[in-house]
Design a protein around this ligand. Sequence first.
Ligand SMILES: NC(=O)c1ccc[n+]([C@@H]2O[C@H](COP(=O)([O-])OP(=O)(O)OC[C@H]3O[C@@H](n4cnc5c(N)ncnc54)[C@H](OP(=O)(O)O)[C@@H]3O)[C@@H](O)[C@H]2O)c1
Length: 319
Amino acid sequence: MYSRRRFLTAAATAAAGLTLAACRDDAQAVTAATPSTTAAAAGNEPLNTRSIPSSGEKLPVIGMGTSGSFEVGDSASERDPLREVLKRFFAGGATLIDTAPTYSVAEDVLGALLAEQQLRGKAWIATKLSGVNGREAGLAQFNDTLRRLKTDKVELLQVHNLGDLKTQLALARELKAQGKVRYVGVTHYVERAQDELADVVQAEKPDFLQINYSVISRGAEKRVFPLARELGVAVLVNRAFEDGRLFSQVAEKPLPDWAAAAGITSWAQAFLKFALSHPAVTTVIPATGKPDRQSDNLKAGVGPDLDEEQRQSLIAAVG
Ligand SMILES: NC(=O)c1ccc[n+]([C@@H]2O[C@H](COP(=O)([O-])OP(=O)(O)OC[C@H]3O[C@@H](n4cnc5c(N)ncnc54)[C@H](OP(=O)(O)O)[C@@H]3O)[C@@H](O)[C@H]2O)c1
């Protein structure tokens, strides 16, 4: 009965041409359902992958951030949990790690931990040109980033929060032409900047954009996500947990009754699945320094996307 109702809802919504992840027929949806051949996710099921529109390269849908979580000292008590966080991440078949030169020591810590375990080859690193003005300052920062990450190239170079946009985007493209960067992107993290981000995406058509999106912050649905789909721009989602604040909002609440049947066993998985069930989204990058939370987050990257009824149910549940 419930399945039939969901099917009818999905069919009606699709017929109306509305966004519905469960029914979408774009290339991204097809690849989302295609199992990754790299490795098994935490529950032994392969992570879903989605294609980068500008190249067709596939990315696992769960990535990770490093803001806060990798800003630690060099004691064993601070580094050992991160070693395990990375071990579980790669064992689960995930690859994309987002960082920035302005996340204090995050690039140094990430570079050191990848190097000591010879994991650079498994990592798909996204970093940024951040808080700099002028080409020379941007280039100096990028060269320092390579040194800190102990690498000679990065997969994605993003202009952080649209700062010094024209100059830094031109530099990122120059570095892409030189083979030091494979993709270029732009980022922001707050609702009020989304119109500006949309204007930039429209004018510049970068390979990637990165923006905040969560069950309670859905502004990206208005212009940013439709533009990304129209122009073929890959989308990274930051702040899917609102920097952790969402968990206190649901602390006393049970998961929706349909969650277990949908393979969801935690609120973290529900929040990540919510972000991933928008058809514009390529990969979500939750940050944690705790191994068990990493395993939890990876579980959101398997199985089907949420349908529209489940998405609405989560919005209502979180309030
Ligand atoms: N402008 C930009 O480009 C921009 C801006 C913001 C963020 N970002 C990127 O996006 C990444 C993610 O954003 P974010 O770090 O701000 O916030 P987030 O991923 O929404 O939330 C991170 C918080 O959630 C907690 N958490 C993680 N997994 C959990 C789980 N399974 N259960 C319970 N709690 C969990 C973490 O705590 P613990 O560490 O204690 O587990 C941390 O406090 C950043 O790290 C960064 O790489 C980019």
